[in-house]
Design a protein around this ligand. Structure first.
Ligand code: HEM
Ligand code: HEM
Length: 179
């Protein structure tokens, strides 16, 4: 639960940052891009941790009385979000690695190139950069669209169905039963 909210905050912040970067090479634009990359790489590590945690810990059952289609679409959406949480920052890392650029992690150290990418020649690096840039941008926009849907689903559970799906996601609650 803690990881869910930390990652959610980081992803939403990162989307706001990238969508408001000025389109010039000003120091502000450069600082915002560096922040986008450092925060995105943090999301990658936290999301991998979260997947490991999730794999080791079973989910509480969904609330009773949810129809088949809501259950299936909820599970599909969560799988898609997990995929995007890893694939987007991974594509970002591959994109900059192909360009031989190692982003600074909040000024503390330089993030290494993705294994195998440091030795790419200029032409191959350029090609891979273009490929992963397209993947990053398309998947990034998919996240921009899906997050509001996910939030709307959480609010639907809380306000319309009045079940405990949103409340049991709050850190500190230890509910294991479906309601
Ligand atoms: C939480 C993770 C991330 C999210 C949600 C995210 C989202 C996005 C989105 C939506 C765009 C497109 C913006 C537009 O169309 O103007 C973008 C662009 C970009 N991202 Fe990310 N990103 C993440 C992580 C990263 C990482 C880890 C890196 C690199 C290490 C990175 C580097 C870039 C770069 C260089 C661009 C500009 C690409 C271009 O405009 O051609 N991002 N990101
Ligand atoms: C970028 C932002 C977010 C991402 C990537 C994300 C991702 C996820 C994922 C993957 C799950 C599935 C949990 C699991 O199966 O272990 C989940 C569950 C959940 N999320 Fe989010 N989330 C985000 C933001 C939010 C926000 C802002 C809310 C507030 C309404 C929210 C409410 C919930 C709730 C209530 C659940 C629990 C569903 C259940 O118990 O079955 N999420 N989220």
């Amino acid at each position: 639960m803690t990881l869910h909210w930390l990652i959610a905050l980081a992803i939403i912040t990162n989307i706001v940052v990238i969508l408001t970067v000025p389109e010039d090479r000003s120091p502000t634009a450069i600082a915002m891009m560096q922040f986008h990359m450092a925060l995105g790489l943090t999301v990658l590590v936290l999301s991998i941790l979260r997947l490991v945690w999730r794999w080791m810990n079973p989910l509480p059952p969904p609330p009773q009385g949810l129809n088949h289609w809501i259950r299936i679409s909820g599970a599909a959406m969560h799988h898609l979000l997990y995929f995007l949480m890893v694939a987007i920052p991974l594509a970002g890392w591959l994109m900059v690695s192909a360009n031989h650029f190692s982003p600074s992690w909040f000024g503390l150290f330089h993030w290494p190139a993705f294994p195998g990418f440091a030795g790419l020649d200029k032409a191959a690096g350029h090609q891979w950069h273009e490929t992963f840039e397209s993947i990053h941008v398309v998947l990034g926009w998919a996240m921009v669209v899906l997050v509001p849907c996910h939030i709307a689903a959480g609010l639907y559970h809380h306000l319309v169905r009045k079940d405990n799906v949103l409340i049991r996601m709050l850190p500190g609650t230890r509910l294991r039963e479906g309601v």
